[in-house]
Design a protein around this ligand. Structure first.
Ligand code: MG
Ligand code: MG
Ligand code: MG
Length: 301
């Protein structure tokens, strides 16, 4: 049995791409099943429900004998526990290559597209296999999620073309409004603690021997989180005291297409790294991996 699995703190792409790759591998005659590396977020649950697809089982850890295909990541720090010792037999991704190594020759496809699901679509085409209706719907939603409905600077023409092809297969015409529906679910902050909100899409990075935390909340209206600003900063301060040089939280308004960048750390740090701004608002800032991490790495690395 080959498991297909995405990263920890699973987002919609890492779940939907795992399901899609498992479907392709089955069509190619392999015994394969999708797994997830943790609890699903509300957006992913919404997507699975919409297309009537069952949530994959959680894969807590892997060992020497487990065969695994990785999707949407290639960093051990983001992978299921034990991945260092497992038998990685495949990798499909859209991030920079991380630090995984393998014991056997493997099939790899990494492309700089806006979403791993777009890369997976290319694999189906390469093998001449048809995508099922439900899986096409999941892949379409993953692309809308990762590219912030085509607004992120990571989005490519190929992602848009793939969405058109997938929408024909799954019969969804109004992709923009489906995307908005998803982001409304994703934006839900009502009744959520500051700790939950900061942890929702949070990643630690090692830069020049220092640990920097960067979280992101994508919302359809900044007003939804503005009232929680002090609580969020308090939670970020708690994370900093745990041993981080600085902690950033991107409050990204997907309609205004910009980010209110909260941070705790040395005074003036934010302006030094990202340029002067009015109240921490950066117009056009949407992507952690493309617009935030490289600047921090340049400064701290
Ligand atoms: Mg991801
Ligand atoms: Mg992704
Ligand atoms: Mg994301």
């Amino acid at each position: 049995m080959i498991y297909v699995v995405g990263h920890k703190s699973p987002d919609s792409d890492s779940v939907c791409s795992a399901i899609a790759v498992a479907e392709l591998k089955k069509l190619l005659g392999f015994e394969t099943e999708a797994r997830v590396a943790g609890e699903l977020n509300s957006e992913t649950k919404f997507i699975l429900e919409k297309f009537g697809v069952k949530a994959p089982k959680v894969l807590k850890s892997v060992g020497l004998k487990d065969e695994v295909i990785l999707v949407d990541h290639s960093d051990l720090s983001q992978a299921v526990d034990g991945m260092k010792d497992a038998m990685i037999v495949g990798l499909v991704d859209h991030h920079k290559l991380g630090d995984v190594t393998t014991k056997v020759p493997i099939e790899v496809l990494i492309r700089p597209l806006g979403c791993c699901a777009s890369v997976v679509k290319g694999l189906f085409d390469y093998y001449g296999k048809k995508i099922s209706k439900g899986t096409a719907g999941l892949m379409l939603c993953a692309i809308l999620s990762d590219t912030v409905i085509f607004r992120s600077p990571t989005c490519t023409d190929e992602d848009k073309r793939v969405v058109k092809e997938l929408s024909k297969i799954c019969g969804i015409g109004e992709v923009e409004s489906l995307g908005m529906e998803m982001f409304k679910v994703k934006s839900e902050v009502e009744g959520k603690s500051a700790r939950d909100l900061v942890a929702r899409d949070y990643k630690d990075f090692e830069m020049g021997g220092k640990r920097i935390g960067v979280g992101q909340l994508e919302v359809v209206d900044l007003g939804m989180v503005e009232g929680k600003r002090l609580e969020l900063l308090k939670e970020m301060e708690r994370l900093k005291v745990e041993g981080r040089e600085a902690v950033f939280l991107m409050l990204t308004d997907i309609m205004k297409e910009g980010t209110m960048l909260l941070y705790v750390g040395r005074e003036g740090l934010r302006d030094k790294v990202f340029g002067k701004s009015k109240d921490g608002w950066y117009k056009g800032m949407m992507s952690r991996k493309k617009q935030v991490i490289p600047k921090l790495e340049e400064y701290f690395g």
